[in-house]
Design a protein around this ligand. Structure first.
Ligand code: MRU
Length: 353
């Protein structure tokens, strides 16, 4: 059992092949809930880049749907030139953001699916691609539900759960990854408190996690990122539960900048540190965390937060979007295929495709 998030679907396809993508414009939350219509690939690329749609699984779904938008009006009438165009559109969308492996996973899946269709009818291939993109969305919702089932028991009655960034419904098709056990525990009638790190510089925790959990009736409290250590020391945190943008073959975890610090703090306070992912976030081909590309974002996000200048214009700002937490600091990885604990390369590769 899992309670339904009381927010619109993060992303969906509306209509047939001539339809469009509808997504929650996340940059405006929590002030305004606005839905963004995307009718072309460029708008999807921009939406991913500027974090209108964000969170690893949601980026993958947006990429898959963006492929359909980029191909549906293509004039190619023969299979070979159409497949060339599929590659071109996938390559373009792959330049939007580098860290979340779900984007590349979804684009590879769309490309392989087009090539696998035994048809010379380009319209038939286009329709097949639309169905595949919708399947990627629906499968993600099912995987998140399965993560909820696998991780629900970790949240006991009266627990305090610290999370970082937004690995919620807004970051996936539905239910989220780190939030799925929370939604499941809530539906089971357990009472617990979620502490949401605000997550500087773009405040996904304060703006998005606090918004979606409070709308679902889950007890949530926002804290500034630099308050996590004292909160842990106070005894309020029983576990840390976060999502990931990419888990390397050895179990190292790339997630929102600040996650690594939380893992170090959790170890210092003897608090379990869990990561929740669908299998599409596991990248067995990337041997360890050092090989994961980390997105560097514009300095203005740090300098110009909160709608005003908060640091002198002539002082450089450091702004990596993600960091890497070594596998040794991760207590367990909650997946749609069950809980992997302890985290070793053998166990990960044994459970996940
Ligand atoms: O830059 P963002 O907002 O896309 O970063 C998102 C995160 O770091 C999430 O924790 C991660 O993608 C997991 S989402 C289920």
């Amino acid at each position: 059992m899992i309670s339904e998030p009381s927010i619109p679907r993060t992303i969906e396809w509306v209509g047939g092949l001539d339809g469009h993508v509808l997504l929650v414009e996340q940059t405006l939350l929590p002030v305004e809930l606005v839905m963004l219509e995307c009718h072309d690939t460029g708008t999807i690329w921009q939406a991913i880049k500027r974090l209108a749609v964000r969170g690893a699984p949601a980026i993958g779904i947006a990429g898959a749907m963006g492929v359909v938008l980029g191909l549906r009006d293509d004039a190619a009438s023969d299979r070979a030139s159409f497949l060339d165009k599929v590659k071109e559109v996938c390559d373009y969308l792959a330049t939007s953001r580098p860290t979340a492996v779900n984007l590349f996973w979804a684009l590879d899946r769309m490309r392989a699916f087009a090539a696998s269709l035994d048809s010379d009818d380009v319209v038939e291939i286009k329709l097949g691609l639309l169905e595949e993109a919708k399947r990627i969305r629906d499968e993600d919702a099912a995987m998140c539900r399965a993560i909820g089932v696998a991780g629900e028991h970790l949240i006991e009655d009266g627990a305090g759960v610290l999370t970082h960034c937004n690995a919620g419904s807004l970051a996936t098709a539905e239910y989220g990854t780190a939030t799925a056990p929370m939604y499941a525990a809530h539906a089971a009638g357990r009472r617990f408190r979620v502490y949401a790190d605000e997550t500087r510089p773009l405040l996904q925790g304060a703006r998005l996690t606090a918004w979606e959990l409070s709308r679902a009736g889950i007890d949530v409290t926002v804290l500034c990122d630099n308050m996590a250590a004292s909160l842990m020391r106070s005894g309020a945190v029983d576990l840390v539960l976060v999502g990931a943008d990419r888990v390397a073959g050895n179990g190292d975890v790339a997630n929102k900048i600040g996650t690594y610090g939380l893992a170090v703090l959790a170890q210092a306070h003897d608090i379990p540190f869990y990561v929740a992912i669908p299998y599409s976030t596991f990248d067995r081909d990337t041997v360890d965390g050092a090989a994961i590309p980390i997105e560097q974002r514009d300095e203005s996000e740090v300098r110009g937060g909160f709608g005003r200048l908060i640091s002198p214009e002539d002082v450089p700002c450091y702004n990596p979007a993600f960091d890497v937490t070594p596998a040794a600091l991760v207590t367990g990885i909650i997946t749609d295929r069950g809980l992997i604990q302890p985290v070793t390369a053998d166990r990960l590769c044994g459970v996940l495709p």
